[in-house]
Every structure is written in C-alpha cells, then in structure tokens.
Write a protein that binds this ligand. Structure first.
Ligand code: PLP
Length: 389
C-alpha cells in the first residue's frame, strides 16, 4: 500500500465535512495501535475474552478426500462465533484512546453489529448500529442479541433497506457528530485508513498460522492459503504475513449466488467495474450509469456490492486467484465438512471450502483454510436445503 492506494484501488473519497476526522484517524491510528500499551490490552483481550489463539486443526478426513494436508484455522471458535470480534475489539480500543465517546456501526446480516455491540457492552460505550429495515426483519435473532447487549438498533427505511443504505445512514450520522463519534467499520473496506487498520487488526490470524505451522510442520509457511471474501477482512488476516512470500499461493472464494451470469450474484471481483463505494475507489457492482446494484448471495455476510481495495489489487495483479462459488456449491461444501469433520461452518466460510474440489494438490501440499465463522446462525438455511447435501 502507498498513500492509501493498492495499485489503482483505495484512497479516501469522503464528504468535505469528514475530511478532518478521517485525516485525524489517518495520522493517529498507527502510533496508537503500535504502542506497547495498546498491544498489551488488545492481546490480553484476544487471549482471555476471545479465546485466542484459535486452533490450527489438521482435518484428516478432508485431507484424504482432497489429496493434501488440509489445516483449518478455526475462527469459528472465537467468542461471538467469527473473526469479526478481532477487529471490533481493536477499533473500540482505538476509539477510546482517541477520546471518542460514542460508537456507531453498520451491519448487514448482523454479525459485525453483534461483535461491535459486544465490545461496547464490555467497555461501557454507547453504541448505535444502523441496519436496513429489510435486514432487521430477516435477521431477527441478531437484532435481539444487539438489543440485549445494550446497543440501539436503528432500522434504515431508505433505498432497498439493506447494507448499502445502512452504510449511507452511518456515514450521515458520522458527518453530524465527527468530533465525539467513532465509526467502527466491519471489513477491509471504506476510506483509507480503514482497509489497512482492519487488515492489521485481523493479521493476528496469520501471525498465529506462522507459529502453529512451525509446531505442526517445522516450517512457518503453507503452500496454499484459502479464505472466503465478502469485504475481505478474514482473507486479509489470513494472508497478511504472506502477501510478499511467493512460495505461498493464495485462493479467495467470493459469492457467485446463482451464477456470475445470472444477474443474481455478489461476485464483485468477477462482475464489478471501477467505481466509488463507501469512500473508496474499488470494484463495484453497478449499472452502466453508476447506480449500485443490489447483490445476491445465499450467505448474508458475503452480499456486499464492493470489495476491499487490497483484494481488487491482488486479483488484478494475479497474486490471488479468485473463484466465484455458487450457492449450491457452498451448501454442498458445508454439509461435507459437517459430515467428515463434525464442524458446521458458517455459510460464508463454506465458500472457501467449496474451492477444494476445483483445485489440484500434490499429496504433501500444506494447505491452510480459514473457517471464518460457525454455522449456528445458518441452521435454518441448511435445514431448508438439506436435499442439496
Ligand atoms: C462477515 C463475515 C464474512 C465476510 O466478511 P469478510 O470481511 O470478507 O471476512 C465471512 N465469514 C463470516 C463468518 C462473517 O461473519
């Protein structure tokens, strides 16, 4: 990254009124998060509250099926059930250090909202979560969790009443309260420095992979890394310390929905064009005249109409191979992991697993695949689709 850009992607395209706030964040985030005091508190919470390090588990039966040594990085075992808590803790600590007294966030499926509400309960900070009214209705359990945690869930009635509209509303709130409010963004998206901040906070995933591989394999790098991408935060965390290590091949699975030619897809890297979304220049799912189109995926956590600028760049330069995984392929992969290893993955994570049958491995290839979250939240979808197993 240079000056907030990854190749031609990134930057900070924010309204004039937010310029000073974003600039202040840009100047303060690195000194704060690299300070000994921050690192100590952050890592103590990751250990004692989240339950890190998350295990690196050699999945024997899956390894046999795919002809490699497949390790699963178990982010599903974190408190609140996914990797998002790593980032939420870091950003709320940063907000406190910066003297901000109020937290806002936006959420689609509710996972980032729950992680943020959780940390705000822990740190006694007021929290408002913007959520499209459509999502409030269809993600009811997460809404109840956020309310129980003490957050105010604010249903957004504009547009399609989904994530994009919630994001617009959160930015509007931020514009009105730039001095006392910190906007916690849930993925490697948004204006610079957010993509870099979130990647750094999730990079604990690849730090642990390095140490754990030494224990298991006697070397600190795998041959292949695999992760799913919505905005890109679990993938960024997985690859962070290996991006410049050419011995490591990187595979990312994005949500194909009903197929990249179906018009019902969230495969932004395959189908997106250059545009501006959420304050960054990146690939965007949009019409010819620049209207953002509503993405579709069976997995609520992957249907974001943009993509992190880092990931757009890795795909464009060929550093990462990106596959579009359709709903039925993800469902099949989720049932397979459940039956072979006794692990019910999140539907998002199943998009990483579903790349396995499309790949060719050598028998002794060391493959690390991040299971970004657990599947409890997706049980209804799994039961409705049990015939696809
Ligand atoms: C939110 C979410 C994702 C997608 O977000 P990224 O920023 O791309 O990681 C993936 N898996 C789970 C379990 C999630 O909750």
């Amino acid at each position: 990254m240079k000056d907030g850009y990854y190749g031609r992607f990134g930057g900070a395209y924010v309204p004039e009124i937010l310029y000073a706030t974003v600039e202040n964040l840009r100047q303060t985030y690195l000194p704060i998060i690299e300070s000994a005091e921050f690192q100590k508190e952050y890592h103590a919470l990751l250990r004692d509250y989240v339950g890190r390090p998350s295990p690196l588990y050699l999945a024997k039966r899956m390894s046999e099926r795919y002809g490699c040594k497949l390790y699963l990085k178990r982010e599903d075992l974190n408190h609140t059930g996914a990797h998002k808590i790593n980032n939420a803790i870091g950003q709320v600590l940063l907000a406190r250090q910066m003297g901000k007294r109020r937290i806002i966030a936006e959420t689609g499926a509710g996972q980032h909202g729950v992680a943020t509400a959780t940390v705000c309960a822990l740190m006694d900070m007021p929290c408002r979560v913007y959520m499209g009214a459509t999502d409030v209705a269809r993600q009811h359990v997460n809404v109840e969790r956020m309310r129980m945690l003490g957050a105010e869930v604010y249903p957004v009635e504009s547009g399609n009443k989904t994530l994009k509209d919630a994001t617009n509303e959160a930015i509007r709130d931020w514009c009105c309260h730039p001095s006392d409010t910190f906007y916690v963004i849930g993925s490697t998206v948004g204006p610079h420095p957010y993509p870099d901040l979130v990647a750094r906070l999730q990079s604990v995933i690849s730090s642990e992979i390095k140490e754990q591989l030494v224990e298991h394999e006697g070397r600190d790098y795998p041959d292949v890394l695999m992760a799913c991408v919505g905005g890109g935060s679990n993938a960024a965390g997985t690859i962070y310390h290996y991006i410049n290590d050419q011995r490591v091949r990187i595979f990312l699975g994005e949500a194909g929905g009903h197929g990249i030619d179906s018009g019902e897809t969230a495969a932004t890297i395959h189908c997106g064009t250059l545009g501006i979304i959420h304050g960054a220049r990146t690939l965007v799912m949009q019409t010819e005249d620049g209207q953002i189109t509503e993405p579709y995926s069976i997995s609520a956590g992957l249907d974001y109409p943009g993509i992190g600028p880092l990931h757009a760049h890795l795909a464009e330069t060929g550093r990462a191979t990106v596959m579009a995984i359709n709903d039925d392929e993800a469902l099949k992969a989720a049932f397979e992991l459940t039956r072979l290893e006794g692990i019910i993955p999140a539907l998002e994570s199943a998009h990483a697993l579903a790349m396995l049958p499309k790949m060719e491995f050598k028998k002794d290839d060391v493959v690390v695949l991040t299971v970004s979250g657990r599947g409890d939240k997706d049980l209804g979808t799994y039961l409705r689709n049990a015939d696809k197993a």
